[in-house]
Structure formats: C-alpha cells, structure tokens
Design a protein around this ligand. Structure first.
Ligand code: GMT
Length: 378
C-alpha cells in the first residue's frame, strides 16, 4: 500500500509512534510518505520506500496566525496526486484530522478518493480537543474519518464521554520494538552514572504541567533520604527551570543528571532501576512502556491508560495522582530489596511483551485494508 502519515515531528509520543509505525510498515513492503513540517525526530532512515515531504508555511505579515492547516491540506492534495497515495493515516486530531478531511474533499472534486484513518493519542482529546474553542471541529473531524483508533481503552472511553461520536473506535495500543531494548549483552555502562550502592531512578517527558514533574522531584527527594540514589531527568519543556531551582533548594542538585532531549533513551533506560511517571493524565504512557521493555520497574499514577500498561504489584505500582507518600512507599518497597527489585524488573519486561510491534502493527494494516475495501464498495 502507499500510505501517507501525518504527525507532529517532535519528541512527543504521538510523533514517535507515527514514525516507528511508518518505519515498520516500510519494512513490511509498504511505501510510506511522512508529511509534516520537520523531519520526525526518530526518522533516521530515508530509504527507497520511506519518503519525507515538508510542509512549508510562508510568513505573511497580514496573518497574525500563519495558516498551517491550509498549507497541510494543500500539501496532502499535491502529495496524494503526485505519489498515488492510497490512504492517509493522521496522528493527533488537531489539526491533522481536520486538514486531511479538507484534502479529501478537494481530491474528491477531481475524482480521487483517499480514505482517512485518524489515531487519537491523548491530549488531543483529554486536554486540548475538548476545549470549547476546538470541540466542534474535533468532533466533526473524528466523525468524518473513515476509521478511528485510540491508543488505549481508557482513551476510547474518554472520547465517547467527551464528544458526540457517531463512528466506531478501534483500540490499537502503542507498541514497542523489543529487540531495541534487549540489553542482556551489555553492562550498560552503569558505572558512568552511579556507584555500586546507588539506585538509578529515571524520568522522561516533555516537562509539561500534565507530567507533574514536581512530584518526580518530591518522590526522588524522599527516596534518596532512605537509599543512595541518582535521578536521570530527560526532556525539555516549560517546567525545566522550576525543577532545576527546586533541586537546588532541596540540596539534591548533585544527585540529578539533566540530559535535555536525548536520542539515547535506550542507553539511559538500560542502566535504570526505576521509572517515575506521576502524570495528571496519560492516555497510554509510551515512556513507561519503553522503560518496562528495558526491564525497568515503574512507579506511576493510576490515571487514564496507565493501568493498561503498568501492572500494579507486578511491573511496578500505581498510585492516585499527587499521592507522593504512596509513590515513595512503593518505590522504597521495590528498591530496598535486591531480589525484589530483580523480580519487578523481570516482570516489567514480561508485561511489555504484550505490546510487541510484530503483534500490533498488523492491526493497523488490517484497518487500512478494511477501510480501503469499504471505500471501494461505496
Ligand atoms: O504525552 C506527551 O507528552 C505527548 C503526547 C503526544 O500526543 O504526542 O503523548 C500522548 O500520546 C502518546 C502516544 O500515543 C501516549 O503514550 C501518551 O500517554 C499521550 N500523552 C498524554 O495523554 C498526556
């Protein structure tokens, strides 16, 4: 199939999933066209059947806001015509599903029919999309998609609760390339980051308020009072400065390593013992899955789709949002006993197996095939 993939090219989970999906589909023989405003961060390989088409929005002084949706829908029209793209898979409803619908309508005028698969990722539904400023357009775009998927059952429930949805929604969970996280061959160079007694705690996110990064610091502060530990803090975002300041105030700055954005997540996870994800909302928690695939136990909140990923008492523990004491208690329970830590780490890896890309990617292929077949009948 010739598949157009529209996504955010940044470090956000939706862009990562879209990119990994495209790359895997290309390995399975499909021709993939990424259409977005920058080369996606994890798109390291441009090969015969992986293409990247940049959407440019020329600055024009009359516009207070530059019209990205317009530029995207025009680009989609051109790319579908030029490359014979058969199906568009858009990740994150805003504004991608909306722009794709406009492109589809323009193409129909020329007798070209291209169906749209929309994947909802989380904040496009739970935070931004349900705001009254966007809600009518998001509802419309979801209902006008030819197929809709969500990355967890919880996100499907939220979508049905928050919007008036007439379409069926398929749950296709996020996935992982387990081979990339198979570290048994190496000692992971743990000694570079911590001494033998120190436990390594890790947090990865885009440091937005929804990630509750101050809770990460509070839990780590409590842990290191009881057990020697280091915190690996990965990501850039609006909360970064306040986190650095707080670490200074608490006198733990020398125990926290700030990596910024990193393309070496797998290496950092390789030497980690525990992953903290205390988010306010989290439709799935791809970062937690990446940690689990690396054999890292997870302490997370119990919000959204996290209970579908992190299995309470097995791969880690779940706590109510903001319950620092419970998260600290659970973290210390895992870290204070070497055998217990080993068991949780092994369980984490085992729980991640369920999300193997070889099991999940064919679900998307089946959706493309069904959608194309349905459209042929119409
Ligand atoms: O969570 C983020 O910071 C980024 C965001 C996105 O849309 O790029 O992630 C959402 O999509 C990911 C991939 O499907 C999910 O794993 C994340 O849980 C989800 N984030 C939230 O719901 C807050």
């Amino acid at each position: 199939m010739k598949i157009g993939i529209v996504c955010y090219p940044t470090f956000g989970g939706s862009g990562v999933v879209a990119t990994e999906l495209g790359l895997e589909l290309s390995k399975r023989g499909h021709e993939i066209h990424f259409i977005t405003y920058n080369q996606p961060v994890r798109l390291e390989l441009i090969s015969n059947n992986v293409h990247y088409h940049e959407v440019n929005v020329p600055e024009y002084p009359l516009f207070h806001y530059q019209p990205y949706e317009l530029a995207l829908s025009s680009k989609l029209v051109n790319m579908v015509k030029q490359h014979g793209i058969e199906i568009l898979h858009v990740h994150y409803a805003i504004p991608h599903a909306y722009a794709a619908y406009m492109a589809k309508k323009m193409l129909q005028e020329e007798g070209i029919y291209v169906p749209i698969v929309t994947t909802l990722h989380g904040t496009d539904i739970t935070l931004v999309g349900s705001h009254p400023f966007y809600k009518p357009a998001v509802t419309f775009s979801i209902n006008k998609s030819d197929a809709v998927t969500t990355v967890s059952q919880s996100l499907k429930d939220d979508t049905l609760r928050l919007f008036d949805i007439k379409n069926d929604i398929n749950v296709v969970p996020n996935f992982i390339d387990l081979e990339k996280y198979n570290h048994s061959f190496t000692d992971c160079q743990r000694g570079m980051m911590a001494n033998d007694e120190e436990k390594i705690i890790t947090h990865i996110s885009n440091l937005r308020p929804v990630k509750r990064v101050q809770d990460v610091i509070s839990v780590f502060y409590n842990i290191q009072k009881e057990i020697p530990a280091k915190l690996m803090f990965i990501g850039e975002g609006p909360e970064k400065e306040s986190v650095e300041l707080r670490c200074q105030e608490l006198g733990i700055f020398d125990k926290v390593v700030f990596f910024g954005r990193s393309n070496e997540i797998d290496k950092i996870l390789c030497f980690s013992d525990l992953f903290l994800l205390p988010s306010q909302t989290e439709s799935f928690g791809l970062a937690a899955l990446e940690a689990m695939a690396s054999g890292v136990a997870v302490i997370s909140s119990n919000t959204g789709g996290l209970p579908e990923v992190n299995i309470h008492g097995e791969s880690g523990f779940l706590s109510d949002v903001g319950d620092i004491d419970d998260m600290t208690k659970n973290a210390l329970h895992i870290l204070s006993d070497e055998n217990r830590l080993k068991t949780f780490k092994a369980n984490a890896r085992k729980a991640a197996l369920k999300f193997d890309l070889h099991a999940i990617v064919p679900q998307y292929e089946a959706i493309y095939q069904d959608t194309l077949a349905k459209c042929l009948v119409l």
